[in-house]
Design a binder for this molecule. Structure first.
Ligand code: LLP
Length: 404
């Protein structure tokens, strides 16, 4: 888990100010190796879920670390992946409620679409008769860090229910569609290989029903260690747990089968910290509020998912810990980074590092309260460079027409 030394943090802040995201190249390389090695016996192809962090400099590190492809959810994510040199075979499009225009644009780019509803399959089939697609199934078992990111359960909006599979076959016959992939993503942030294994079994069971399967895709969601006191997941266990099921399936299937996973947060989360400065300290209702110059416009995970992000006071090495609530500069009571965290002797002006913010941190930021996006810096071999500029007021306002 990356935490910059105070000296380095000071140099970065002296140059670019706070709040600022700081990402460590080596951590991304290490996570890439870890997941590649864990699944190497299964010959797994890894597609990075670019939604987790689409900073092109970060995606390039992932690409150069040997992660094979990109899991994209929007046309813009695909355009970026193509710009970064991925080929159409290295990209899979798993949209959520795509419009006809989305499917048309992506189809014209020859990128495989992973569709999760009868309506989408029909609409796509009408546009591209004789096409190949992959289908996203709902394995009817979900897992995730919060309800909002649990996707494999029957109540979630994602995927085709198992009872719809016969209907899918009829439609595919009608439009001469070949189903070449079966996909499932049970949710974001699971820590237990048991449920992952169950979803792999569900995918294999559906795949048996189709003749032209080329790949099975088990999605992403591998849990991140957000709290340094927790034990990280053991990816080898995940790989071992599915080996038997996969071998059984691949041996019985007539054609060779490729295996895929789509990690997002696992690859990037621990590589990044959000540095923010304490502006205001106050005591109220038995709580010590430590107010900082960032808020949920920069990092929405705690407010949105009740997610835990560990925070350290980089400015103080002493052990004079104080229990505080770290809150942001957005005008909402829910703008809380951490409700109960012990910080070393917090004082106004100190620099805090909010850890494990590389996944769904910057990529989910907004301009709420007309705050700027935070700039981003990349650290490689103890040297740093700016990889995303600080937004200006003029840039934020530039899309509003004739307002002056
Ligand atoms: N594949 C599909 C089809 C997905 O929908 C997702 C994530 C992934 C792969 C990658 O999942 P990951 O390995 O990153 O868990 N904003 C939330 C997470 C949303 C995940 C959405 N889909 C968060 O901050 O926790």
């Amino acid at each position: 888990m990356f935490k910059p030394e105070l000296n380095l943090a000071k140099q970065i802040i002296d140059k670019y100010g706070t709040p600022i995201y700081v990402t460590d190249t080596q951590t991304i390389k290490d996570k890439s190796s870890l997941i590649k090695n864990a699944f190497s016996n299964l010959n797994m192809k890894i597609f990075y879920a670019i939604k987790a962090n689409f900073n092109p400099h970060i995606v390039k590190i992932i690409k150069n670390s040997g992660i094979y492809g990109i899991d994209a959810v929007s046309v813009n994510e695909i355009i970026l992946a193509l710009e970064l040199g991925y080929t159409s075979e290295q990209i899979i499009f798993t949209p959520s409620n795509p419009s006809d225009d989305d499917m048309l644009q992506v189809g014209k780019l020859n990128i495989l679409q992973n569709l999760g509803s009868i309506s989408e399959i029909k609409r796509f089939g009408k546009m591209f008769k004789g096409c190949e697609i992959s289908i996203r199934i709902c394995p009817e078992l979900g897992a995730g860090e919060s309800k909002k990111v649990t996707t494999g359960n029957i109540e979630s909006k994602f995927g085709l229910s198992i009872s719809e599979i016969d209907k899918v076959k009829t439609i595919c016959n009608k439009y001469n569609i070949k189903i070449v992939g079966i996909h499932s993503h049970i949710g974001s942030g699971f820590y237990n290989s048991k449920i992952f294994k169950q979803s792999v079994t569900a995918v294999c069971n559906i795949a048996k029903k189709f003749k032209y399967i080329k790949f099975l895709d088990f999605g992403g969601g591998f849990g991140v260690q957000y709290n340094p006191n927790n034990i990280p997941i053991n990816l080898n266990d995940f790989a071992t747990s599915i080996k038997y099921t996969i071998n059984k399936f691949t041996k019985s299937y007539k054609h060779p089968i490729e295996l895929r996973i789509e990690p997002g947060k696992f690859l990037v989360s621990q590589s990044t910290v959000l540095l923010t400065r304490i502006t205001t300290i106050k005591e109220k209702g038995n709580i010590t509020f430590v107010g900082v110059d960032s808020g949920f416009h920069n990092l929405i995970r705690p407010a949105m998912y009740n997610a835990y992000h560990h925070i350290i006071n980089l400015s103080k090495q002493n052990k004079n810990k104080k229990l505080v609530q770290v809150v942001g500069n957005v005008c909402e009571s829910g703008d809380i980074f951490n409700k109960k965290i012990k910080l070393n002797d917090p004082q106004e002006g100190d620099i805090l590092a909010i850890l494990t913010t590389g996944g769904y941190g910057s990529s989910m930021s907004s301009n709420y309260n007309l705050h700027n996006f935070a700039p981003e810096v990349l650290v490689t071999d103890r040297k740093f460079k700016l990889i995303k500029k600080k937004q200006t007021f003029e840039q934020i306002m530039s899309n509003f027409i004739d307002y002056k």
